[in-house]
Design a protein around this ligand. Sequence first.
Ligand SMILES: C[S@@+](CC[C@H](N)C(=O)[O-])C[C@H]1O[C@@H](n2cnc3c(N)ncnc32)[C@H](O)[C@@H]1O
Length: 399
Amino acid sequence: MPRRRQATLRSTASAPFPLALIPAIPLCMTQPPDLNIFLVAPPGLEPVLAEEARERGFEGVTVTEGGVAVRGGWPEVWRANLELRGAGRVLVRLGAFRAMHLAQLDKRARKFPWGEVLRPDVPVKVEATCRASRIYHAGAAAQRIEAALREAAGMTVSAEAGLRVMVRIEDDLCTISVDSSGESLHKRGHKEAVGKAPMRETLAALFLRQCGFRGDEPVVDPMCGSGTFVIEAAEIAAGLKPGRARRFAFEDLATFDAAAWEAMRDGGAAVAPAVRFFGSDRDAGAVRMAAANAARAGVDEWVTFRQQGASEAVPPEGGPGLVIVNPPYGARIGNKRLLYPLYGALGQVLRERFAGWRVGIVTSEAGLAKATGLPFLPAGPKVAHGGLGVTLFRTGPLG
Ligand SMILES: C[S@@+](CC[C@H](N)C(=O)[O-])C[C@H]1O[C@@H](n2cnc3c(N)ncnc32)[C@H](O)[C@@H]1O
């Protein structure tokens, strides 16, 4: 086997795409396009996103560190952005070539078929990373790619561009990807009002999935803040597409087909869920915010938000179902000490009133979860969120 090909078949745990899947030629040159599509996931929750991708009919689903690889053409790239609730963003690998030094990077980047995917009238920015490679200066690598884009392909390069070309040089292999999402996918496009510590929608969707929620049971969040869990649950139950109300970076690519995209985005109507979704918070402002967010998301018919303390929570009709909540958690020790009674009281309410319901609690401290006295299953992984690691603690149906 020639040396160049061998290098492309090596695999490393931290590569954004499993290198075993990377052919030596730019993929966009193959007919029909068979792209490596990478769905970014919070480390630890990759298998949960993989399950969602499989359920949504994506092919070649492979779990890797930091995400999930799937295969398909550009319509699958659009559909991943539109439909997958757990993906943080969707990256598309455009190709890879060996680059042992900057002059080689420069030469090969100038031959790269940029024009098959990028448009000269849409500015791009370049981000580069280097790892375990002879080229170790990411800034210099980015400059070479920018020069190739400008001078050989006639593209517009700007640090302010919304469209991102990502260059990763690892083991002397230069992999070029484009970020097809643009703004992070947790920005669904209908949430204007956020509280102090909002849960990211993508993470909320993955936690709901880990709790076994599939849209056919009521959900209660007794400390709902801006209403993320409740709104996400109602959207899932109604079969709404998470990306229906926002723009994506792929709309600026040469591969975009506006008519086909609009048909995909607008196809399939929402169905009124058979169950209802409930949020409450002691803070009146949070409740107003949650209701406004639900209205913007178009799920206000199926959700109820009310101002009340968690100690007043009672199970709504239509259960049993799922209680999912991320109570306040703090980074400072003193702050944490004040939280134990709050968690204890929440646990007592759930144990005494919510027989048959399952509970999911997202918090930063195993000790706080333990203070609820709830019978948790083995805890999931710690997931980075808001500068802290948070964990989902789940129960089976309460006795
Ligand atoms: C971490 S935030 C929840 C964020 C929410 N998941 C979101 O996505 O916006 C915690 C929430 O718990 C509420 N809270 C704190 N103590 C409470 C109590 N005793 N009863 C009800 N809500 C409470 C706070 O007002 C705050 O909105």
